[in-house]
Design a binder for this molecule. Structure first.
Ligand SMILES: Cc1cc2nc3c(=O)[nH]c(=O)nc-3n(C[C@H](O)[C@H](O)[C@H](O)COP(=O)(O)O)c2cc1C
Length: 252
């Protein structure tokens, strides 16, 4: 029996949140990195004995497209799976139902689900500092509940919030480009999950391929990538009214 942590975490918030929950279940779970362009996801040898956690950020209320494409390839073989979406203090809309559908179709058995809050990766004023100590306590407490239920073999069917059909995929606008601090070090090209950035010329970024995930901006050691000013202002104006207050973590 093996524990797996399956993650798509462009800027680290999803990983931080998932690690807290996973820490209550297993010390060293096998890592499956959905950001990785090279992994053969169909070849991960899940069995019906295994317990997995799959965590993705919510992008415009949906599973990020590259993560969905990679999850679809996996063969769950009846492994039990905890679903997690991490959102930036607006809402996660249909992300959990979509994640549940994707993983069920891939042969996993969903046993629990979480929607948790972490800093908004486009505008870090929202959910600043989260997950914080209160979030940690809630996540750890839920992890213990899951552990007990798994031991007792008692996992009722999940009733998750969200709609089918899912909300339409929105055009993603947060596409960072190099600024004057870019040193052409190639870090951005290495971390990009979809190979949108030319490793020899960071300005040569394919906007059609870019998933707007912000991994390149977060990884740049020089602060050398940013979303162009007018677009960022537009995104901030959209987020400002809908990201107010402290949004809850939800457990299913
Ligand atoms: C393109 C994009 C779309 C996003 N859409 C939403 C959203 O619909 N609702 C929300 O609350 N947060 C949204 N966020 C914020 C992320 O879900 C949140 O910051 C998450 O913690 C990012 O995970 P990461 O740190 O692992 O990259 C979005 C972020 C990006 C980059």
């Amino acid at each position: 029996m093996q524990y797996y942590e399956i993650l798509f975490s462009p800027t680290g918030g999803t990983r931080k949140t998932a690690d807290i929950l996973m820490g209550t279940l297993a010390e060293k779970p096998v890592q499956v990195d959905l950001m990785d362009r090279e992994t053969d996801f169909a070849a991960v040898p899940f069995t019906s004995e295994d317990i997995c956690l799959a965590a993705v950020p919510s992008f415009a209320g949906r599973v990020p497209v590259p993560a969905a494409q990679r999850l679809e390839k996996m063969q769950g073989n009846g492994a039990r799976i905890i679903l997690m979406t991490v959102y930036g203090n607006r809402h996660y809309d249909d992300t959990l139902v979509e994640l549940s559908d994707l993983l069920t179709q891939a042969g996993f058995r969903p046993v629990a689900a979480v929607a948790a809050v972490a800093e908004h990766s486009i505008d870090r004023r929202f959910a600043k500092g989260r997950p914080d100590a209160d979030d940690r306590a809630e996540l750890e407490s839920f992890g213990k509940t899951i552990r007990r239920r798994l031991e007792e073999g008692e996992c009722p069917a999940l009733d998750l919030p969200g709609n089918r059909p899912y909300k339409a995929l929105a055009p993603m606008l947060s596409k960072p480009l190099p600024n004057e601090d870019c040193a052409q070090c190639g870090t951005c090209a290495k971390v990009c999950p979809v190979d949108a950035i030319d490793p020899e010329d960071a300005a040569n970024t394919d906007q059609n391929i870019c998933a707007s995930c912000m991994a390149c901006q977060a990884a740049c050691p020089n602060g050398g990538r940013q979303v162009p000013g007018p677009i960022l202002e537009k995104l901030k104006a959209f987020l400002e009214p809908v990201c107010q207050g402290r949004k809850p973590n939800e457990f299913f």
